[in-house]
Ligand binder design. Structure first.
Ligand SMILES: *[C@@H]1O[C@H](CO)[C@@H](O)[C@H](O)[C@H]1NC(C)=O
Length: 137
């Protein structure tokens, strides 16, 4: 496959590193040792259904039994799950005419449907500050 320009034909890498980092930050403080709670795991707080929708990325080829938890507790595999999920559900949630990280945050938070809901203001402010801080380099 030949990729020219920034719109890779697979659409797999549309979420930037800064965007991933800030989603991770607001999800858990990007705590990579946070583990699993009742229905979410890992620094991005990913559910089993989210991971399935993301295409069931795996940490390695041997991952079978615990593939979900193994993947989403690993920051890189979890980031691949986010990429996969966004490749499937990307849309303009906030109606500003762009599909960008603010939409990805909403999709991450609310799922692929209903992503135009209201974000908690503390969550939103933490996210904006993160984006401003890390987008400046
Ligand atoms: C990460 O999460 C674990 C488990 O909840 C907790 O014990 C630890 O203190 C957290 N680390 C940070 C840096 O917040």
């Amino acid at each position: 496959m030949y990729i020219t320009g920034q719109q890779a034909s697979t659409g797999q890498e549309q979420v930037s590193k800064v965007c991933l980092g800030c989603i991770c930050e607001v999800a858990s403080g990007c705590n990579v040792t946070i583990g699993c709670d009742e229905s979410v795991c890992g620094p991005f707080r990913i559910t089993w259904a989210y991971w399935v929708d993301a295409g069931k990325p795996t940490l390695n080829d041997n991952a079978k039994e615990n593939a979900y938890a193994q993947c989403v507790n690993d920051p890189y595999c979890a980031a691949r799950a986010v990429q996969g999920y966004m490749a499937k559900f990307a849309k303009d949630c906030d109606g500003d005419g762009n599909i960008n990280c603010y939409d990805f945050l909403r999709i991450h938070r609310f799922g692929g449907y209903g992503c135009s809901g209201n974000l908690n203001s503390k969550y939103e402010n933490t996210f904006k500050l993160c984006m401003q801080t890390f987008s400046k380099e």
